[in-house]
Write a protein that binds this ligand. Structure first.
Ligand code: NDP
Length: 468
């Protein structure tokens, strides 16, 4: 009898299976198409106790009870299909763990349906790509605590290990794990976009080569900006194409694809009424990039008047660094606020500090700044908006002049900076006591009798703005 089962032997499933087996567990593997299973067993598995199965029944029967089965299949209908295939062979008390990027509302539905049948279900965010899956990912499991306790030991062993512990914790009730993973991806989109915007200014304003930009990113990665995304960005900038000898990044088509988690984050933020402009604009940025043909045509119609005069290279590089730190902070801050609100609305009971801790290792958004964010949270555990702290304001204030200069410089050079700009506007909006929404309320009342409230008296008011 094997300790655990894993369905879905594509890149993530294979690596997670190897990781689990290398921690001393025996594992039954199953994949819909036989070929992938055979390739995996023949080419990747060596001494690990990983055993292939070619039909669901014998796969399930190979597992010790209560059975624990991890799904690493494509999100969406495939998850439901696999659950339906499994159900006839499962017993009460068995556990299914969905490790894919499932939409949190689907996870809620599945938890409800399976719990009604006496089957436990965990929705678990997995971050770290294929390398993380093999060497230690960041794991974000959510569902009932009882279900989590069935695999607690195993998950802690396979997760990335950091000085503050394994990058896995019980995230919370229902779909808390998949919700947190979704927002993790939303933040990931925003940071990727911000780094790309900085790159754009460096190449178009400072006329730096990819190699030079790579060197600057590498230097930044040694300091406050240290993060996985910074690290891969400098490596990408320095990578030479084998065929042409040119920096490969310059040969990649500028159309950014997406699989949907960033869009779900943006949609959810709008549903819950929590402003996450940097996260939303990062999704818009990818959408804009996709219209290469149109962009190319329109670009030929636009007359550009570039500023003349000398630029202070070193000063601009320092300003760009500060702007990136500002945008990264704003992106995390927005994402955490969204998680906080969801935790209240959906009764997830999420500990934000723990979320930051498990993002410290293994995952794509691991970054040095997470320690600082945890420090801010530890000052006031009830604080759901990181901006609402003197430490945060002082941190951003130090970078404010830089980001103001960078957004202006980018505009002077016709360079879009969607997330950097929206991070600054987010800060301006959240730190502004008087927004012009009074005029919007007046407009709404004018055309739709939607009423308004006043600052000088209690009550709800409507005005006949035009007397005919
Ligand atoms: P894919 O998302 O490409 O999914 C491929 C796997 O799903 C294959 O094993 C495939 O089987 C199986 N599958 C698809 N449809 C069905 C179906 N109807 N019934 C049964 N099995 C089906 O693989 P990845 O390894 O990239 O990702 C797995 C999960 O992990 C996804 O949810 C993904 O979003 C998530 N994830 C991926 C990360 C990454 O870096 N790739 C990072 C973090 C999470 P078959 O071989 O028969 O086609």
């Amino acid at each position: 009898m094997n300790n655990i089962g894993l369905i879905g032997l594509a890149v993530m499933g294979q690596n997670l299976a190897l990781n689990i087996a290398r921690k001393g567990y025996s594992l039954s593997g199953y994949n819909r198409s036989r070929q992938k299973t055979d390739e995996f067993i023949n080419e990747k598995v060596k001494d690990e106790k990983i055993y292939p199965y070619y039909d669901i029944k014998s796969f399930v029967e190979s597992l010790e009870k209560p059975r624990k089965i991890i799904l690493m299949v494509k999100a969406g209908k495939p998850v439901d299909d696999v659950i339906q295939e499994l159900l006839p062979y499962l017993d009460k008390g068995d556990l299914i763990i969905d490790g894919g990027n499932s939409y949190f509302k689907d996870t809620n539905r599945r938890i409800e349906e399976l719990n009604a049948k006496g089957i436990y279900y965990l929705g678990m965010g997995v971050s770290g790509g294929e390398y993380g899956a093999l060497h230690g990912p960041s794991l974000m499991p959510g569902g009932t605590k009882e279900a989590y306790d069935m695999v607690n030991e195993l998950l802690l062993k396979i997760a990335a290990q950091t000085e503050s512990g394994p990058c896995c914790t019980y995230v919370g009730n229902y779909s808390a794990g998949h919700f947190v993973k979704m927002v993790h991806n939303g933040i990931e989109y925003a940071i990727m976009q911000s780094i790309s915007e900085v790159y754009d200014v460096m190449r178009k304003v400072l006329k730096l080569s990819s190699e030079e930009i790579g060197n600057i990113f590498e230097e930044w990665n040694k300091g406050e900006l240290n993060s996985y995304l910074m690290e891969i960005s400098y490596k990408i900038m320095k990578h030479k194409d084998e065929k042409t000898g040119r920096p490969l990044v310059e040969l990649i088509l500028d159309e950014a694809e997406q699989k949907g988690t960033g869009k779900w984050t943006a949609e959810t933020s709008l549903d819950l009424g929590i402003p996450t402009p940097s996260l939303n604009l990062a999704v818009v940025g990818r959408a804009l990039s996709f219209f290469k043909e149109e962009r190319t045509k329109i670009s030929k119609r636009v007359q550009r008047n570039y500023p003349t005069g000398n630029l202070n290279r070193d000063e601009i590089i320092e300003d760009l660094k500060n702007s990136l730190l500002f945008a990264v902070f704003a992106s995390f801050s927005q994402g955490l606020w969204l998680i906080s609100e969801a935790s209240k609305v959906y009764n997830y009971n999420i500990d934000l500090s723990e979320v930051l801790r498990i993002w410290k290792g293994g995952c794509i958004i691991r970054a040095r700044i997470l320690d600082f964010l945890r420090e801010i949270l530890s000052d006031d555990k009830t604080n759901i908006n990181l901006l609402n702290s003197q430490k945060s304001i002082s941190y951003l204030a130090e970078k404010l002049e830089s980001i103001k200069k960078v957004t202006k410089l980018a505009k002077d050079f016709y360079i879009p900076t969607l997330t950097i700009n929206s991070s600054l506007d987010y800060f301006f909006s959240m730190s502004e006591a008087n927004l012009p929404a009074n005029l919007i309320q007046g407009q709404r009342d004018f055309f739709g009798a939607h009423t308004y409230r006043r600052i000088d008296m209690e009550g709800i008011f409507h005005t006949e703005w035009e007397q005919d």
